[in-house]
Each structure stands twice: as C-alpha cells, then as structure tokens.
Design a protein around this ligand. Structure first.
Ligand code: ZN
Ligand code: ZN
Length: 677
C-alpha cells in the first residue's frame, strides 16, 4: 500500500490531503453520508487544466465508451475509483447534467444482465446512454417479442434488487480478444480491436456474474438504478450494413425516481396529443399531398385564415416600425447565386438548376440577394439609411426525402424575412428595435418565456471570418449592450458565429417547456462586400453599409406548427379560424340564426352556423371538437329577448346574455389579442 499523500481540491475551495488510493466515495462520506448517497459518479479535473474544464460538457463519443481516458482532460469516473494524483474533484449528484447519463448507461448494463440470464445464447453489441434514455444492441437468431420485453423488465427488477456492485476489472487486451473470439462475441471483438491498441489493458465491469467490456463510469451498484422502463424494440444491421447480421436494439429509459419517470411519460403523452400533424388533420388546417411531393404545405381554409391573421399582424407591425414591404421572385439565374456565394457554400441545400432557353435558374433558398438588388437599384446616401426591407418570402431548400416532418421540417416555406442596411453608428438602435420586435412577436402570440443565445466569433481564428475587426467588435458590442440594457439574460457561445457575422438566436419555451428556435438577428459582413453595396456618407465618400438579416417567426410554417402544439389546437379567440359557432335549437330558429350571424359578422367576428337537422347536443359537440372558442345556442326564449346562451371553451355553459353584450365582449378580446380565451 502506498502511503503517499495527494491533494484533492473541492469545488468550495477546500483542499484535502488524503492518502493515495482514497476514493471519491470516501471523500463524499467524510463530507456527509447524505452527499455520498446522492452522488452517482465523480468528475476529476486536472489541476493544470482549468481552461479545459469547459470541455467537460462535451458529448461523449462512441469511442469514449471504450478508449483509454485522457488524463489531461476533465473526466467522469466511478465513485470507487482510487485517486492516485493531485486533482480537482466534483461529486456528480442528480443536479449535474451528466448524472442522468451515468444512471442510464448503468441501466443498459442491467438490461444486458437480464437478457443474458434469460437468453444466454444472445451476443452483446454496445449499450450507450442517449438523450432520452439508453439502448443495447443484441444479436440473437430468434427475434425478441413484446412478451420477452416484459420478461426482461421483470428480470431487470431482480437484478436491481440484488444491488450488485459495479466492479471495474482489467485484463490484457490479447486475453480479452482471445476470450471474445472463443465465445463468438463478434461485436465485442470488433469494439476491442477498434478502440484499443496492442499492449493495452482492457477495462471490464462486473456486476454479479455479468461482465461487459466498458470503461464506465457507472453508478456504484445496480440498486442505484431506481426507475427504469423498456420502451421499444427495433432492428438494426450490425455496423449499419445490410450484408451484416441483423441486430435487435432494445430501447429503454431511466430516471432518478419513479416520480420523474411518470412525469416524463405524462409529458410524452401530452406532446403526442398536441402533435401538430394530428391536430392539423383533425381541425382541417393543412395537409401534405403525396401527389405534389414531400415537404410542401397545403394550407386549408382554416389554416389559411390563421396564416392571414399572422401575416396581417406581421405586415402591419413592419410598417408601424419603419420597414418597407417588398415582393421578390421565387427563382433567379444561377449568376445571382454565384455573386451571392450561395452557388458555392450553399449549393447542396438548394433545388437543382432548371435549364431555360436563356440561362439556368434556381429556386431561392433565401431572400437576401433579392433585397440587396432592390437596395442597389438606386444610389443611396446616408440620408436614406437605414433601409429596412421586409418580405414574407417563399423559399425552397433541399432536404433529403424521408427527413421531412410536418410543418417543422419542409422543403418550401415562408420566411418573415427582413434585411436592414445601415451605417455603423446606427447598429445599436437597429439591434434594439429588432429585439423589441422579436419580444412583441413572442408575447402577442402567447409565449411567456424565451432563451437568448449570442454567437460570437473566435478572434484567434481571424482567417475564417469575413469583415473587419472593427465591424465585428462593433456588432458584438452592440448586441451585448442592448441585451444588457434590456436586462435580458443570454448565453454567449464563443466561436459559434457564422463566418459572415455574429448573431442572436431567440428560442421560445412552449407550454410543455420545450425549446423552439425561431427568431434570429444576424449580422452579415460578407454579402455587402460581394455585391459591392455602398452609400455616400456625410463626408461625401463612398462607404459600405452594415447588413442585418432578421426573421422573427423564422418560418411561418414552423411557427404555425409551434402555435398548434402550444395551444393544442385551441387557438386564442383572435387567432381562431371560426370564433363563434351558432346552434339554433330547432328549424324555426334559423331566421334568428341568420340575424345573429349578420350581427356578429358586422362586428368582424368569424362565425359558422350549424343548421343541419341534427340534435342540439351533437352540434355543440362538433363545435367543441373543433375547439371553437364560443358556442351560442338559442331557442324561443333567447330569440324573444334578443339574447344567446353562451358556452365558453374550457368553461362550459355561461348562461344567457344579450346578443349586443356578447358582441361587445368578444370584440374586446379580439382587439386586445387576448390569450385568455
Ligand atoms: Zn458500461
Ligand atoms: Zn437574409
């Protein structure tokens, strides 16, 4: 036993002198047994490598599951790993973003243990944690059945109850390979060969009788996998090659507690109910037509009504905020895309060229070059700036067939696109106006929370960026200054800026807490140079304007998809395609129904009468299924009193009300763009 002392630096600044061989678990226990119980792993951060600590959050690659640790980098280790040198130590508890992955990967071992106990002929592939859980690839001639999954789950409960320790062992690589070879473990042989080199010691983990080639880390024992569920069974070819044996991939997920797992599945169920593709069909909002092609959206009358309201709002706001509206073509000659540079760096995302008699043309993937051509069509002086050109522009981008997803991933969409051309001295005001506008979009359409990211350049990598140092500095400073001044919290992502300029991304948070990337304010120091844009300054000299791209909905299609899911199709009154459903109790009330309809229409409300010869309750149900905000029912009593019986979505029967009063109330909600109903 070594008696050498090592120094362990803790996050609170304390330094512990301990004998070499002490484990993170010993240290956790010496701080408090409760901390030890809450820890799932430990993070070792090299003392010299403070600057590298930021890399601790890097996604573990496949190789990271097997290859030797890089002792120069922060790394996760088992709580039982003996410490051998001075180090910084962080105990990874449930609060740590990486903790769940350790639990989930450990759950994959538990699953493999159960599978081998039940089906010993099975050969093991690999079993990593994923963003939503874990999987393990198995090879077995006979396919697993859903009943097998239930058996495996039950066996996993036994493995967990045994609370076997995860123990790390080492073996010479050559012995490991010989053993795997002998047992026909062709996948393990592959992984060991690929991720280790001759002479290596290979790392294994044992829990009970089960042993797996892995470098960890894992939770201390199987009992620490507290809530686990198998979710799905899928086929996959070994190494993705259809000539190889077919593997069976069992997916599962794990959480720190049953409560968290229940909440997770409740959220999934809620999200499935809100799926915009499902609601789009149920509410007859939009479709995608096989005959026309994938990723191309057909807006049906009700969806189109919501789009009209969104677009009207956007155009009015643009005008109110000093933008000019423009319209530009959907295609342009390849020469234009050469000038803009899209033909080079963006060509793979564009529809292929169309050959016409005079030239080759391409569908536009972006509106920017068109707005630049409008700017350049007449000479500009400093007095004309800023020029703000806005368009709801249709763009087309190539996505591989099979990758499309409803309104969210498409081949044709509409950007609420604008380009601002200004002088450097105007940048800050323009950025501020963009951010105010973006916030107005989010709050008007009913989103309360958002997250902001600022992508900046890497000044050490100067050669990779277009534009002057001075402009980069000015743009980044203005973006920061404005966010700070407005008290908006943001995350800086250094080195993430596009080569042509820094940007702000605004991600909204929907009612289920999901993040959606929509608005962007992006500087561009590249296109003004490529198009030789200029203005005559106050000094009489020619200068290049600064260009800002900004989109707030991002894509009208995508924003609509997010709205559908956020509201689960129950759009607020001002957006609802049909705001009021009219239900005359019997045929003799149809005349009064027409009168009510006329009065509502005159007030600008969108109305639908159900005058079918059906039962009243059936008609009410149909409007309710369409998530109509108000349903007005009337018979003799209401007709005599010039009243209506009001049913409000989510609140039920509100009793009788004078028609005039109802109209006044509904009009106020619409005018205020209320999201209350
Ligand atoms: Zn493992
Ligand atoms: Zn643009």
């Amino acid at each position: 036993m070594s008696t050498q002392a090592i120094a362990v630096h803790l996050p609170d600044g304390a330094v512990r002198e301990v004998p070499a061989g002490t484990t993170p678990l010993d240290i956790a226990n010496s701080i408090s047994p409760r901390l030890a119980a809450a820890s799932v792993a430990a993070r070792l951060i090299p003392l010299a490598g403070v600057a590298q600590a930021a890399e601790a959050g890097e996604e573990p690659s496949e190789a990271a599951m097997y290859a030797a640790e890089d002792a120069a980098k922060p790394r996760l280790v088992d709580l039982t790993t003996p410490l051998t040198a001075d180090t910084r130590l962080e105990l990874v508890t449930e609060k740590d973003p990486e903790a769940l992955k350790v639990v989930r990967h450990s759950a994959a071992h538990v699953m493999a243990t159960a599978v081998l106990e039940l089906f010993p002929e099975t050969k093991l592939g690999h079993g990593p944690a994923t963003d939503s859980g874990f999987f393990y690839d198995f090879y077995r001639e006979k396919p697993f059945t859903p009943e097998d999954l239930a058996l495996i789950e039950a066996k996993m409960a036994e493995v967990i109850a045994r609370d076997d320790k995860f123990v790390r062992e080492h073996e010479p690589r050559e012995k490991a390979l010989a053993d795997f070879d002998r047992d026909g473990d062709f996948m393990k042989t592959h992984f060991v060969t690929k991720f280790t080199v001759p002479g290596d010691e290979v790392s294994f983990y044992r829990n009970g009788k089960f042993v797996d080639f892995c470098r960890g880390p894992h939770v201390p024992s199987t009992g620490r996998v507290k809530a686990v569920k198998l979710t799905n069974l899928a086929g996959a070819y070994w190494l993705g090659d259809e000539k190889n044996p077919q593997l069976q991939r069992i997916h599962g997920t794990a959480f720190f507690s049953q409560k968290e797992m229940d909440a997770h599945f409740a959220r999934l169920e809620e999200a499935a109910k809100r799926d915009h593709r499902l609601l789009g069909k149920q509410l007859d909002l939009f479709s995608i037509q096989e005959l026309a092609g994938a990723g191309l959206i057909f807006w049906h009358p009700k969806g189109a009504m919501i789009r009209k309201i969104m677009e009207d709002w956007m155009r009015e706001e643009c005008l109110r905020r000093g933008y000019s509206l423009v319209y530009t073509p959907h295609v342009a000659k390849v020469n234009l895309w050469q000038t803009s540079g899209h033909e080079g760096f963006y060509a793979a995302n564009m529809f292929t060229p169309m050959e016409l008699d005079d030239a080759n043309y391409r569908m536009k993937p972006m509106n920017c070059p068109f707005h630049i051509l409008i700017y350049k069509n007449s000479p500009k002086s400093y007095r004309d700036l800023p020029v703000r050109l806005a368009e709801l522009g249709n763009v087309y981008r190539y996505e591989r067939s099979g990758t499309m997803h409803g309104l969210l991933r498409v081949r044709g969409f509409t950007q609420d696109d604008a380009h601002i051309f200004c002088m450097p001295s105007q940048i800050e005001d323009e950025v501020e106006a963009c951010i105010d506008f973006a916030k107005a979009v989010l709050t008007t359409f009913g989103f309360k929370e958002f997250k902001v990211e600022l992508s900046t350049w890497d000044p050490n990598d100067r050669a990779h960026y277009a534009g002057s140092d001075e402009n980069w500095k000015l743009a980044e400073t203005s973006l920061k200054t404005v966010l700070d001044r407005k008290g908006i919290a943001y995350k800086v992502i250094p080195g993430e800026a596009a080569f042509y300029g820094p940007k702000i991304d605004i991600k909204l948070v929907d009612v289920l807490g999901r993040l959606w990337q929509l608005s962007t304010v992006q500087f561009d120091f590249n296109l003004p140079a490529r198009f030789e844009m200029e203005y005559v300054g106050e000094d009489g000299e020619r200068h290049q304007p600064v260009m800002v791209h900004r989109a707030l909905f991002g894509s009208v299609e995508r924003f609509f998809g997010v709205l559908i899911e956020h509201y689960a199709g129950a759009f607020p009154l001002w957006l609802a395609p049909v705001q009021v459903g009219l239900v005359p109790i019997s045929e003799r009330h149809h005349v009064y129904a027409k009168k009510v309809e006329a009065a509502l229409k005159a007030a600008g409300l969108r109305v639908e009468i159900d005058d079918r010869n059906e039962k009243m309750n059936g008609k009410i149900r149909d409007f309710a299924n369409q998530k109509t905000p108000y349903i007005l029912v009337f018979g003799d009593k209401e007709e005599t009193a010039e009243a209506v019986s009001v049913r409000t979505r989510g609140k039920g029967d509100q009793g009788s009300m004078l028609l005039a009063d109802f109209i006044a109330k509904a009009k106020t909600l619409v005018e205020n763009q209320s999201t209350e109903l």
